[in-house]
Design a protein around this ligand. Structure first.
Ligand SMILES: [Fe+2]
Length: 674
């Protein structure tokens, strides 16, 4: 104890010393747009307590008239004359499909994707500020196909702070969930009524922070409590660049506070009569599938316990385990098997052995009851993987090379994710587990794979001839990056720091228990792609087509503004040089002043689910000129480059989201995909 007190006193003294050299916050901004030459200070941009004001929004929009820096071109570049004219006149530049796909975006447009969900200036009462509630009929451009029936649900960060203070990292923001209803088509000659509904997920943490009017909980990515007495920053609004509290105020205000916030902001799934908002470091939250009201934490029939997902081990008696630990967290990426079950897992860290306890459970679509469950311990693993691959009999988890430094986390200098360091050059372990319902159970095993950081799996399958497991995932090539998701922090993801994200193909020999190959997937060289997926009936099979959001076809790392279809079994394996344009890709680019969200593939109602292309691709798109979003609907029996067959316009913008699903009905019917 004496050592601990001495350490704390020394820390406080050192941090006080550091703070003495910090300048007070009085940053000046040089304006790049039509008001060029003017200088604004934070006083000018300071906003009211909760929302960006029209004045600050207007000023901020002039500040970043630059090309978004990319991994290949990390320096800010002035706008081209054409783009400058488009900004001055608030219009889209004239562009052809042939000019696009090269990773060009405007920084002020990109930043607006990460503004708090709020009413547009010309419609101030559209969205209820406290709850995010909005409900209205959407305008439709084109004709909604009659065989597109069901409900699109989407989730993502939506409220970026509290009391005029922005979160330190976009992934710490509270969730906005919304849905768009496509009812049955009763009269083919009439336009269907397409409705939109949105709400923030009112978690207990959200409500307690609102009541206290300050951050109370530790965000996974660095937002957290601090001692206001030792903090000299000005609050500049939810839509201004966050400034970190001083180290001293963070240590005093939050050291040894291990209350991790669950913002419920990652995924929303409809399954077995339930609609759940998911966050991978906490429990699911149940929502009303019709009204989207938050119903509370969901423990899945008592399987999950709501406390820190850390266990001392099975040999430690329960009475010796403090109350605040011993809980679970549930993945944000359960997967629906084409045969109907939902396959999910929950996890707890076992710090005494440096391992991770994972329990895989398969759930029935009838009533969300467990069909089968199995628990395993993964040695030398401190963080649950973000996603998994599923085959008919196996679950594949790829363990990225991450190490946790607990001290900065414990004393509140960093969030848990920021306390992880990545080794982008280290080989990684790929674990193979039997699915709980697999007829033939086996001992889990791992293979070592070359360095590569994985994010999302599109699909996986076991090859009929060789028995090898083949999986496809989005991820980063070997790199010297050490900062885990740090580049996603600040105001908006920073593409000059994020490695380009490619689609990878990994093949594992399950008999010799070794990696056969890891390479860029065929047909995808230099395609910067994320949120990869296949037709839902093929996610455990040999799919021909992988879809995703695309940023460019030249191998750079830039914001996404197109959708692509990749021919992963038959595509070219010709290696392209960095910067070389991939001419063979079926893609559609909305334009420089648009941004796209995760696509969802919805089989046509009553269609042939054995045909991968008898489906629609639904993608939420932001139009930076109109400052509104629309849902683009592509018919996959046509080429993507022909463009969407219809657009469903929202009355406002919505922040850049993460994940979602599509359900056939509003009573928690099983998603066609998740
Ligand atoms: Fe994800």
């Amino acid at each position: 104890m004496r050592k601990l007190i001495t350490f704390l006193i020394a820390s406080v003294a050192f941090l006080t010393y550091l703070e003495a050299f910090q300048c007070p916050s009085s940053k000046k901004y040089n304006v790049k747009g039509p008001l060029k030459g003017a200088t604004f200070t934070e006083d000018d941009i300071a906003t009211d307590k909760c929302n960006v004001s029209s004045q600050s929004s207007k000023i901020e929009s002039f500040l970043y008239w630059e090309i978004v820096p990319s991994r290949m071109l990390p320096k800010l570049r002035p706008l081209t004359p054409k783009l400058r004219k488009s900004m001055e006149n608030n219009i889209h530049p004239e562009e052809t499909q042939n000019e696009l796909g090269r990773g060009l975006s405007i920084l002020s447009d990109w930043r607006e994707n990460w503004h708090t969900y709020d009413s547009p200036l010309d419609y101030p009462d559209l969205i209820e500020n406290e709850t995010g509630y909005a409900k209205y009929e959407c305008e439709v451009e084109g004709k909604i196909p009659d065989d597109l029936v069901g409900i699109l649900y989407r989730n993502g960060p939506g409220k970026f702070g509290i009391d005029g203070e922005r979160v330190q990292h976009v992934l710490d923001a509270d969730a906005l969930v919304y849905k768009i209803d496509f009812p049955q088509c009763k009269n083919h000659s009439k336009k269907r009524k397409i409705t939109f509904l949105s709400r923030f997920v009112l978690t207990e943490h959200f409500q307690k922070e609102r009541k206290a009017n300050r951050f109370l909980y530790r965000g996974t990515f660095g937002t957290g409590p601090y001692a206001a007495l030792f903090d000299s920053r000005r609050k500049t609004g939810l839509n201004s660049d966050p400034v970190e509290p001083s180290p001293l105020s963070k240590v005093i205000g939050g050291a040894f506070n291990t209350n991790i916030k669950n913002p419920a902001n990652t995924q929303v799934i409809s399954f077995g009569g339930k609609l759940l908002a998911l966050f991978e470091a906490g429990l699911p939250h149940r929502l009303d599938p019709v009204t989207l009201e938050t119903l509370g934490e969901e423990n899945l029939g008592g399987l999950l316990k709501s406390s820190l997902p850390v266990k001392l081990g099975n040999n430690i008696p329960t009475e010796l385990t403090p109350d605040f630990i011993g809980g679970n967290a549930h993945t944000a990426h359960p997967k629906k098997c084409p045969k109907g079950n939902l396959v999910g897992w929950h996890w707890s860290q076992l710090p005494l052995s440096g391992s991770l306890e994972v329990t895989f459970t398969e759930w029935s679509s009838k009533d969300f009851s467990p069909v089968a469950s199995k628990t395993f311990e993964i040695p030398d693993c401190s963080l649950a993987p973000h996603d998994m691959a599923l085959t008919e009999n196996c679950i594949v988890l790829k363990i990225n090379a991450l190490k946790m430094d607990p001290l900065p986390f414990m004393i509140n200098l960093k969030g848990p994710a920021a306390s992880l360091s990545m080794n982008g050059r280290s080989p990684v372990k790929v674990w193979v587990f039997p699915r709980p319902t697999a007829k033939s159970q086996f001992e889990p095993f791992f293979v070592e794979a070359p360095a590569c950081f994985s994010i999302h799996f599109s699909h996986g399958y076991q090859d009929e001839e060789t028995g090898n497991i083949i999986t496809f995932f989005s991820g980063w090539p070997p790199s010297d990056s050490t900062d885990f998701l740090g580049a996603w922090g600040g105001f908006a993801p920073d593409y000059k720091q994020i490695p380009p994200t490619f689609l990878w193909r990994l093949e594992i020999d399950t008999v010799k228990k070794r990696t056969v190959s890891l390479s860029i997937a065929p047909g995808s060289y230099n395609v910067c792609i994320e949120h990869v997926l296949v037709h839902p009936n093929f996610n455990t099979r040999k799919a021909q087509n992988v879809y995703g959001i695309a940023s460019n076809l030249i191998g750079d790392s830039t914001p996404p503004n197109g959708y692509v279809r990749l021919k992963v079994e038959t595509g070219s394996t010709k290696v392209l040089q960095e910067g070389e344009f991939n001419e063979e890709i079926d893609s559609y680019w909305f334009g420089t002043r648009y941004f796209v969200n995760e696509p969802i593939i919805v089989p046509k109602e009553g269609g042939n689910i054995e045909n991968e292309e008898e489906a629609y691709l639904l993608g939420m798109v932001r139009d930076a000129v109109k400052k509104k979003n629309f849902l683009a609907i592509f018919d996959l029996e046509k080429e993507l480059k022909e463009g969407p067959v219809a657009k469903v316009w929202l009355k406002s913008g919505v922040p850049h989201g993460l994940h979602g699903c599509f359900a056939r009905g509003s009573k928690g019917e099983s998603s066609v995909f998740c």
